[in-house]
Design a protein. Sequence first.
Lengths: 95, 488, 493
Amino acid sequence: MSIDSKTVKRVARLARIRVEDAELDHLAGEIGGIVAWIEQLGEVKTDGVEPLAALNGLTLPWRADIVTDGDKASDVLANAPQAVEGFFAVPKVVE
Amino acid sequence: MTDHKSGIVQGATGAWEMVIGLEVHAQVISEAKLFSGASATFGGAPNSKVSLVDAAFPGMLPVINGVCIEQAVRTGLGLKAKINDYSVFDRKNYFYADLPAGYQISQYKQPIVGEGEVVLDMPDGTSRKVGIERLHLEQDAGKSLHDQDPSLSYVDLNRAGVALMEIVSKPDLRTPEEAGAYLRKLRSILRYLGTCDGNMEEGSMRADVNVSVRKSGAPFGTRCEIKNVNSVRFVMHAIEVEAKRQVEILEAGGKIDQETRLYDPNKGETRSMRSKEDAHDYRYFPDPDLLPLVLPAGFVDGLKKSLPELPDEKKARFVSEYGLPPYDAMVLVGEKASADFYEAVAKGRDAKQAANWVMGDLFGLLNKAGKDIAASPVNPKALGGLIDLIADGTLSGRLAKDVFAFMFESGKSAAEIVAEKGLKQVSDTGALEAAVDAVLAKETDKVAEYKSGKVKLLGYFMGQVMKATGGKANPGAVQDIIKNKLGG
Amino acid sequence: MSELTELTIAEALAALRRRSISAKELTDAHIAAVEAARSLNAFIVETPLHARAAAKEADARYAKGEARAIEGIPLGIKDLFCTKGVGTTAGSNILRNFVPPYESTVTQKLWDAGAAMLGKLNLDEFAMGSSNETSAFGNVANPWRRKGENCKLTPGGSSGGSAAAVAARLCLGATGTDTGGSIRQPASFTGIVGIKPTYGRCSRYGIVAFASSLDQAGVFARSVEDTAILLGVMAGHDPKDSTSAKIAVPDFSAALSRGVKGLRIGIPKEYRVDGMPAEIDALWKKGAAWLKDAGAELVDVSLPHTKYALPAYYVVAPAEASSNLARYDGVRFGLRQPGKDLTDLYERTRAAGFGKEVRRRIMIGTYVLSAGYYDAYYLKAQKVRALIARDFAEVYKNVDAILTPTAPSAAFALGEKSADPIAMYLNDVFTVPANLAGLPGLSVPAGLSADGLPLGLQVLGKAFDEEMVFRVGRVIEQQAAFAAKPEAWWRVA
């Protein structure tokens, strides 16, 4: 199945990656080629097969309800590109 | 504003029915967050209750808090719902400033709790069952502040990662009043269980309201979702204005766009949320940092055994054990604290009398003072003591009300106040006869009117006797004496 | 150059314990080697201060007889492991200036056992690549070159810097991660040993995530014994990682000498792929013969879904990556490009911060998870994955380990395969199935190509049976007696 530029644009928006219009066709070709190659998975009979949910018999461990973390605002903010009075700052969002 | 009882909006072409569903996000009561060890309690300096896991730093991983699992299961049991021993955590992928990882860990196709029900206690005394679709666990997002700076929004992640239970009702609600009753009942159940404090004003319980309209018998119409409404009153009003908005569009020949809206309490209307253009493709997939949640054998049964008596059961018991009318029982069991208070007062006393005092006098003064029952200056023992003084004739009902007001103000017991203020009821017939004689002697004109048939004046005479005795006369005895003396 | 950089870890530990060498000498020799090898571009950042401080501590401990498991051993760390206070870039522009305030569990275990850090090693950006050609910090050159040629070859990827550094004798060992073959394939291309343990054996806490259900920390060294020593330190349950197995770590080194007598070794027919170079097939047969000589029984087996492993991988891995990399958004750390609003900020930051391969994989991952495609691609791939795991489970009822080639070619020239993504993906054809099934895999250098380049053989084991993998690998190592070394063409002065 080939991918068109409109799809690439939609996917790029979902992924929040800016793609210039001039790149759209080329990217559509590349991604389309890879997706076409992936399509061979359709040859495999998978009726009644459960998708892999957990490897190697691993099961979900539960934690105790104790506060063991937090109180480290300086670590949390140390790499912030822009922080103001203990908050992360971003361009204003209008809802 | 209307009384919200009607689920019908009249249009030019006929009556439209409201169809309402509620998605409630309830913050789980726990010490730590759902997938990290940071504190889940409210407040604190910005970003002080944040683990690097909550802040989605590179290489950070989630580990699930067992108490949050318990709280979700207990809530499911309280909703008489199916508990799923096997459930899966999925990532819900979208970008927003208060969602550090760019995804929320939630549950999609296999939630921890399935179908259940909530019984609504309507004000007219009837009951109605509302279906629960599911309950699942998910992370809360952080908070963005948009009003601190002209060009910046500020992000605080303290709330990011706190455990939420998302409780989804079936679209069974038909009026704003029912929606209000549903929220109140749900909150009551959560508070009884201790799984959520249900504080909508503080944001620990939030409602997304789904509203659509249809002509009777028609299939469901397109619905709109009104997000994050944070009071029962606002929910009811939002439903009304949204239903009216939709009817207007449909009557004009338009169609409803499925969209997400916000309720503006200041303007009393709903408006479209700008950011939700993409009809959100959340690309749910099972979170590969977590394995499926499997509840161990006996886990659910163990929790079931230790559940407290819940509102519905308690209400039924109050009706059967105390002979209370269903409405009274419903009011008393609304909060577990009230129910417990009542039972302490009612023990060994007249149950109906106890109910009247708790629901009438106590709740009345508490409301006026803006206190809740936990902060009542009159405790069950004290109220019980007051009722005992009525029962043994020390106080009339009238006097008791005065005494109660003093008790509420001072925190003192009934006996102390009676002694201090000499408010004992006067039942001594000699004294009472003297008082009556004095009044009748004074009111000769009115006595004549009474004797000629104006028997309503009995009340007037009683009022005068009560005044003369400083309210302490035993009203029953006074009435008898007056009647005797006037031959009526 | 000194012989100190020619030692194995086992030899170095023995010499350090005997006090015939000091940790300071050992570290200084390696620091010098690192400085002289900058043209390989194996290191993103060098940390001589850290190394020297560790060496000092090590010498003090040896003097007191309090030496820990790998006291004073100089190692390189793939720049995907977060190291506290030391820049961690994941080979990406988007983390170019990121300094983590925390340490990964695996590296903490190495420091707690006395190792010294020489620096952070170059890698394909976010571990996405098979040739170390996608790093924002430039390509890494393989210390090996074709006989009589000067052109630079790839060391493989994504752990290209780690492999190159160990092969060039810049460090005694190096950590790596393996999601689709990123340890085993570079080990094969650079003539060293590399192990990817069972999924869940090592903690992923503090390792920059690429594909969570596939990523696993592992290690490079120049002998099977060395990798067993290092893995023994790195492995172990971590309560901070929910996918970490609550399983005891055996003494891997003790397994090495057990030989293969009486063991059954599977030879999977589906690994004989079309167009496979004859010399690789020949080496594989040789490897099988070595094991037979050593007393093992060779068994022909079938892993029927092998050919679908690569496409399944290239659905699952990008899907998980697209979600794992959503956190790189310019808000809390990393690069930020200004934007007219938040969405614009995200889009410009991520376009500028991520390289082409990463952007492409994120897009593919987003696509295969998107509405309407989830069932056909992601769900389908996870079902195929279940079948691949089942294939192995079936085969392992009958054999103790599996022998295959590690890679379908020797190291290729930089730039040779970067035009066609799928040609690059095919590098992982023999390694990817073990990641999908969560099984341990080891690559051992077994011979040289006609061009004089190293070729490796891969040993695959059952879940949590690294002991078996080390056992078989050791026999191959002994039989191969691979003593070739790259010529130090890169060395300055």
